[in-house]
Write a protein that binds this ligand. Structure first.
Ligand code: FES
Length: 384
């Protein structure tokens, strides 16, 4: 879709409108996933936007040009006004997507969401086995997810499954694809863990070996050839195993506008962890001003912020310097070249982590080899 550009105030460059709004309705979640991207201190965020405030945010985003709306969290079904928000999204003309663990999605709610005009549901599994699914989320939710998958089909939604991959479930990729086929999924997103938030805390536990990643890629390729379009398989390689970074968020302040449960506006999911951004809050500032003129959304827009080697790199138009959050976590400077890039002077940090992962035995039975046990996302751990 071609997006129009909107001119900002005089003198400032034209800024394209956001393509999608991610409404993180709540950080509350019944699951405790060890790879959750939510901030480590999420439990400190208590002051959630009200229904009326979310409606205002949606209206302002739509007026700004956003067309896709994701309801996310935490678990968005924890909000009992979700149906009301979905109905407003439909009235405003958004294409709406519910990103859910499935917990809380019973027949009454899915019927109400259908009635309200929800377009799309993405259901997450943690694995194809009950044991690992339930272990990694620290809940007994596997059977419930199977029931929800059936409900999604029954209510005539395209079945979009998501499974976050890492050291412990990469060897199950074939089984995960078989499960998706058995459930009638039209799409399966096999997204390797990216190391932010809780996943960063558990990085040594979750980091796969290169062999695991390559084997899984090969299995996915074989299935693609065998099943054709019966289920579209999306396999996202972990950044650490690439030698060029991803164009994170398709560019800072380019298409993505996130709003956290407490109204903090986010140029990327993890922007809360970056220092000095002075993130604006939708309670204080209109979304148009946030998007066009705030310091936070302009901090890494375009190319001017880049340092060497990005500044003179002929590939900068493709990867846009990579991920600011990764640069901050691994190089200590959000404006540095993403250390995933082989041209980064800090690439050694990434190689060290991969080397460590390759030197220990795989399998959950060997999780204890790492000194720090897996840290699950819980309110208690969020406070420490
Ligand atoms: Fe923040 Fe990539 S996750 S810029």
């Amino acid at each position: 879709m071609m997006l129009p550009t909107v001119s900002v105030n005089s003198g400032a460059p034209a800024v394209s409108p956001p393509f999608w709004l991610l409404a993180e309705l709540t950080y509350q979640c019944p699951l405790h996933c060890a790879f959750c991207y939510n901030p480590l201190n999420y439990d400190a965020v208590r002051n959630e936007l009200t229904t009326g405030e979310w409606v205002r945010v949606m209206r302002e985003a739509r007026a700004l040009g956003a067309v896709q709306l994701g309801f996310s969290g935490g678990e968005p079904l924890m909000r009992d006004d979700l149906e009301e928000l979905v109905a407003e999204a439909r009235r405003l003309g958004f294409y709406s997507n519910l990103i859910t663990s499935g917990v809380g999605l019973n027949e009454t709610r899915i019927a109400a969401l259908k009635n309200a005009g929800l377009d799309h549901i993405q259901l997450s599994f943690q694995d194809s086995t009950r044991e690992l699914n339930d272990f990694l989320s620290s809940t007994k939710t596997f059977d419930l997810k199977l029931k929800v998958a059936k409900l999604i089909k029954q209510y005539d939604y395209p079945m979009v499954m998501n499974c976050v991959l890492h050291r412990y479930n990469l060897p199950h990729v074939g089984k995960i694809i078989e499960m998706a086929l058995a459930l009638g999924a039209e799409y399966l997103e096999l997204a390797n863990t990216q190391y932010y938030g809780w996943a960063m805390k558990n990085r040594n536990q979750l980091m796969p070996t290169l062999e695991q990643v390559r084997d899984a890629e090969r299995v996915v390729e074989e299935y693609r050839e065998r099943i054709g379009d019966a289920c579209k398989l999306l396999f996202v390689v972990p950044d650490y195993f690439e030698d060029r970074p991803k164009a994170c968020m398709n560019g800072w302040g380019a298409v993505f506008l996130g709003v956290a449960p407490d109204g903090v506006a986010l140029p990327c999911h993890n922007a809360r962890d970056l220092p000095g951004l002075n993130l604006p809050n939708v309670r204080d500032v209109g979304l148009a001003d946030i998007w066009r003129t705030s310091t936070a959304f302009n901090a890494y827009r375009g190319n001017d912020w880049m340092q060497e080697p990005c500044r003179s790199c002929d590939e900068k138009g493709r990867d846009l310097g990579g991920c600011r959050c990764q640069a901050f976590m691994l190089a200590g400077d959000a404006a540095a070249t993403d250390p995933v890039c082989s041209k980064s002077p800090k690439r050694g940090e990434v190689d060290k982590v991969i080397r460590f992962a390759s030197q220990r035995p795989t399998g959950l039975d060997n999780a204890h080899v790492i000194e720090q046990p897996i840290v699950f996302r819980t309110n208690a751990n969020s406070r420490t």
